[in-house]
Write a protein that binds this ligand. Structure first.
Ligand code: F6R
Length: 262
């Protein structure tokens, strides 16, 4: 796991956007995995700025990590709407190439299997952007999730529902109880993963992910198994890391390599 600590959230967004742009530029038909929530917003803003300067993302296929069950796709907080608003429009993606799990499907298991098949058919994900929950979740793989799991229905943790109530006018009861989420096994199949985290509230989860034992109690710790996992943090999110001296030293002495995540 490569850990890069930068001064503030804006620097995190700019760095992550540059890594994504470099990786996608090397593919003819790139596939980007996208996250929702607050963490990736700076990255999307920086990618949108690169798009305004000429970065062409129109050939990029995108797959969202997750979706609430039971919200109509047109609900403003359904991830269908959020991805449209925060990602597809500002980045200039082709809406026909943007996929979000069907949380309103009559047959949710079939929707999950179709989603896995669609990722496969697109050739797999080149770079998966991730945030991390305060409880260590990635996607909506809550603590205890199988490290080999694939896209499936999950029950959200009470803490996640409380954390996400801010998107629902502060009403925790309005936050759906269930979701569809790519599994940890699905995420690990991406050719590279890029996790961004900012703020003190993520510091404990970040330390458990990077320096704690590998285990389902901290789902993000599964990224320790990934060959190409990059973590970009601001100072606050990095504040509970023990081996900070090494991460900074390694960042300043990176071996000669092509830019990007692979
Ligand atoms: C979002 C997702 C979640 C979030 C996590 C952090 O698609 O899968 O894992 O990345 O809950 O959320 P924020 O960034 O809002 O703190």
């Amino acid at each position: 796991m490569e850990i890069i600590v930068l001064s503030d959230p804006a620097a995190v967004g700019r760095h992550a956007a540059r890594l994504i742009a470099d990786t996608l530029a090397r593919r003819r038909d790139p596939v980007l995995g996208v996250a929702t929530g607050s963490s990736p917003l700076g990255t999307y803003a920086a990618l949108a700025a690169l798009a305004r300067e000429g970065l062409d993302l129109s050939r990029t296929t995108a797959f969202a990590l997750d979706e609430y069950v039971g919200l109509d796709p047109s609900h403003p907080e359904a991830y269908h709407s959020v991805i449209d608003r925060e990602v597809t429009l500002p980045l200039g993606l082709d809406p026909r190439k943007v996929h979000v799990p069907h949380g309103a499907a009559a047959d949710l298991s079939a929707a999950c299997a179709e989603y896995e098949a669609a990722i496969e058919a697109a050739g797999g994900i080149d770079v998966q952007l991730l945030g991390i929950g305060a409880n260590g979740h990635i996607g909506f793989n809550e603590p205890g999730s199988s490290l080999g799991s694939r896209t499936r229905v999950k029950t959200l943790a009470p803490r996640t529902r409380r954390d996400n109530a801010r998107f629902f006018g502060g009403d925790v009861e309005a936050v759906p109880v269930h979701c569809l989420t790519q599994g940890i096994g699905t995420i690990l199949r991406a050719r590279s993963v890029l996790l961004v985290a900012t703020g003190e509230a993520k510091a404990a989860a970040v330390a458990a992910m990077a320096e704690g034992p590998l285990g389902a109690f901290c789902p993000a710790s599964a990224l320790q198994l990934h060959e190409r996992a990059t973590v970009v943090l601001d100072e606050a999110a990095a504040s509970k890391l023990v081996d900070r001296e090494y991460y900074d030293f390694a960042r300043d002495h990176a071996p000669e390599a092509a830019p990007g995540l692979d």
